[in-house]
Design a protein around this ligand. Structure first.
Ligand code: AMP
Ligand code: ZN
Length: 114
């Protein structure tokens, strides 16, 4: 998957501001932040969309929430609140087809999203 943006970032072939890496999951600062804190938490395993997640992946995908929690706490979002969101497919606005969990916080977030 060398043509995949997030696989390339993980391999170091494209620059990004990494804020976390445990060998299975990494997180970067979003290049176009939509909130004062906007990270992308990304499994290194390439899944184009969440539809490709299978039972064997549940532990890996579950660990993404531990990473999101850790980053939220580290960045002082846990008291006021924050959002973890994943877009699936074109109508949901997915633009990079390697799954990633947006961690957004640091301002009041509206609901429902557009
Ligand atoms: P989505 O639209 O849900 O697929 O989210 C893709 C996200 O990736 C967007 O929020 C983009 O701003 C972000 N993004 C795209 N290219 C980069 C990059 N090179 N480094 C960091 N974030 C990126
Ligand atoms: Zn990929």
């Amino acid at each position: 998957m060398s043509e995949c943006l997030f696989c390339m970032i993980d391999k170091g072939d494209l620059p990004a501001e990494k804020v976390y890496d445990d060998g299975r999951v990494f997180a970067i600062k979003d290049i176009n932040p939509q909130a004062p804190v906007h990270f992308l938490v990304i499994p290194k395993k390439h899944f184009s969309t969440i539809l490709e997640i299978e039972k064997d992946d549940h532990e890996l995908i579950g660990s993404i929430y531990s990473v999101a929690n850790e980053l939220a706490k580290k960045n002082g979002l846990d008291k006021a609140g924050f959002r973890v969101v994943v877009n699936c497919g074109v109508e949901a606005g997915q633009s990079v087809f390697h799954i990633h969990y947006h961690l957004l916080g640091g301002r009041s977030l509206k609901w429902p999203p557009g």
